[in-house]
Each structure stands twice: as C-alpha cells, then as structure tokens.
Design a protein around this ligand. Structure first.
Ligand code: AMP
Ligand code: MG
Length: 322
C-alpha cells in the first residue's frame, strides 16, 4: 500500500522523533550517512526488514548491513569478535563494515540466512538519533535495486517516493561511495567489497589483509551482493581509457571525464574532479544526472586504481555490466 513520503531536515529534533516512531512500529526511514543514504528498519524485526527488501525490489539472498551507534551494540550482534575485528573497529565511526559471526538475536531476514552479520558505525550525527530509538538499523542503500546509490534526499525521493515513510535530509553525503566490507571471520581478514575506506587505510591498523578474488567461489558465496547487477543508469555505460572519450561524441552521448571538454565535441561532457575524494562524492549523482531520456550511451573515462580509485573503478565496472 502506498504511503505518503515526508522529507524532513535530519537535524530537526521533531523530525528525528517522527523517524524513531516510524522505526519503532516497523516502518522504513531513509537517512543520510557519510557513505550514501540508507533505507533503514529495525534490524531485529524480521517483518520490518522484509519491508526493506520489498521497497527496493532487492533479491532476498543479498544480506543487509546493520548500523549501530556504539561498539558494544555491534558486539551484542556477534557470537564472537575476532582480534582482527577488534583492531578494525578502531576505524569506526567510518565507511567500514565488518562481517562477524552472527548472534542468534539477529533474524535470518537481515543476514539472508548467512551465519554471519555485517555491522558498522556510520560517521554522521543521525547515527545517534536514529539509533536513539534504541535498536540497530538494517540499512542498504536507499535506491531501487540495481540503480545508482543515492547521495542526496532528492535521489531517494526519485526512487522511493510513496514507499518510504520518512526521508531525513542531511544534504549530500560526504564520501559518496558505500562502505568497504571486510570479512573479519577469516584467519586473515578479507576485503569483500572495496568502498569509502581505502586498502591503504585498513593496512594502518591490521598487518595482513586479503582482497576477494573473482576466482574464489567460496568467498564469492559469502558476499552474495557481488553477484547482482548494480549501480546502473538506464542508459548503456561504456568504459574507455583516459583521453579516448573525445572520439566518441554524438547527440545521444554523455561523457564523464576528468579532462576539460574538447573543442567541437558533440554531446554532453561532464568534468569530474581530479581528486579521487571529489570524484567519489560526485560519482553517483553524475550517473543519475547524465541518464537523461535523450542519452543512449554514457562514456566514462576510467580512473587510476589507487586509494579510493579502486572503489570508484569497481562501481564504474559494475555500472557498465549488462
Ligand atoms: P548495500 O547495502 O546494498 O550497500 O550492500 C551491502 C553489501 O554488504 C553487499 O555487497 C552484501 O553482500 C554485503 N554483506 C552484507 N552482509 C553480509 C554478510 N553477512 N556477509 C558478507 N557480505 C555481506
Ligand atoms: Mg546498494
């Protein structure tokens, strides 16, 4: 049944109280985090979590990240906290999700039946307030499944108007990419998904860390989200090397490049920031903006795969998958 969606300021106590009331009765609230906007529900209420999957059209085998306000709240969701996970928790609050052995209190709906649970403390003020309803919040990105993640309240509204009861508007997200997901249940922690916290930053707190390889079916099965189509605009996305977009012009073409528009180029040309932090912040908004009805192809020049560039390149590759 459609609901009336209210967009309310994330720093208004009355809005937070309304959001807490919605969450307490099992409803859905979209809220800003430093990564992207999340679509939240009480993580310990299987029926509420089921509403997230329905709202997004999310495949039921793709587990959710649980957002908490404090490390103790994370520990309460885990059967055990391995030493490497304790070390990695020192990077919270921040764009880092830890996969831990699941405690029985977490319902199957939240973990998609996995024996592990993914948790993080987001680095935004609403974490206190949303979690002020006292419950951990299961929250995937607040987009329809498969679409680019939302980094503004307007993006959430475009995808989920009439589906989510409250959208807390906290302005554009500071990081702009989803969290880095690390499986901390292995003897050597493994990055399952690159994201807003770089490999270099992880290495400052843990000595050894592995990266999930596409060749490792066991690890792939542990991160089901990676199998699904993601981040895709309606237009076809084509990746080219830096400097090559200039030859791809046309009236139905839009380009994302870190270079200035070449003279005489026909089509849209979006200049992306040279600094990878700025690029990450603008990435999903740019994909949505360029996805205009007249555009058939979005040509994207790739970025160097260092630091945040790994996560940006991953999102671009998956946006280009058909
Ligand atoms: P999203 O919330 O859409 O950003 O996606 C969450 C990501 O975290 C997906 O890639 C999931 O597969 C991954 N994830 C969530 N829970 C787990 C878990 N228990 N084990 C492994 N990966 C997980
Ligand atoms: Mg997502």
């Amino acid at each position: 049944m459609p609901v009336k969606t209210a967009v309310l300021p994330a720093d208004d106590p009355a809005a937070i109280a309304r959001a807490a009331e919605v969450l307490q009765r099992g409803g859905l609230v979209a809220f800003p985090t430093e990564t992207v906007y999340g679509l939240g529900a009480d993580a310990l209420d299987a029926a509420a979590v089921g509403r997230i999957f329905a709202a997004k059209g999310r495949p039921a085998d793709n587990p959710l990240i649980v957002h908490v306000a404090a490390p103790e709240q994370a520990r309460a969701l885990a059967r055990a906290v391995p030493p490497a996970a304790e070390q990695l928790m020192s990077l919270w609050p921040g764009p880092l999700t830890l996969v831990l052995p699941r405690a029985p209190v977490v319902p199957d709906a939240t973990t998609a039946g996995q024996d592990t649970v993914a948790v993080r403390i987001p680095a935004t003020r609403p974490r206190w307030r949303c979690c002020a309803c006292g419950r951990p919040l299961a929250a995937p990105s607040a987009n329809r499944s498969g679409r680019p993640s939302p980094t503004t309240a307007q993006h959430v509204l475009a995808d989920l108007d009439g589906v989510v009861e409250v959208i807390l508007d906290g302005g554009p997200c500071a990081v702009g990419l989803e969290s880095t997901v690390v499986d901390a249940t292995r003897p050597v922690p493994m990055v399952l998904r690159t994201g807003g916290l770089s490999l270099e930053a992880l290495r400052t707190v843990v000595g050894a860390i592995d990266m999930l390889s596409g060749q490792d079916p066991e690890a792939m099965s542990r991160s089901p989200g990676l199998r699904h189509r993601h981040y895709a605009p309606r237009a076809r996305v084509v990746l080219v090397a830096p400097g090559e977009a200039a030859e791809r012009g046309g009236s139905t073409v839009a380009v994302m490049s870190q270079q200035p528009r070449p003279p005489g180029f026909v089509g849209e040309w979006k200049v992306m920031p040279t600094a990878l932090e700025g690029y990450a912040q603008e990435l999903f908004a740019a994909l949505r903006e360029l996805d205009a009805p007249e555009i058939e192809t979005i040509v994207v020049e790739t970025v160097p795969e260092v630091g945040l560039g790994r996560a940006i390149a991953d999102r671009l590759r998956r946006a280009a998958e058909r």
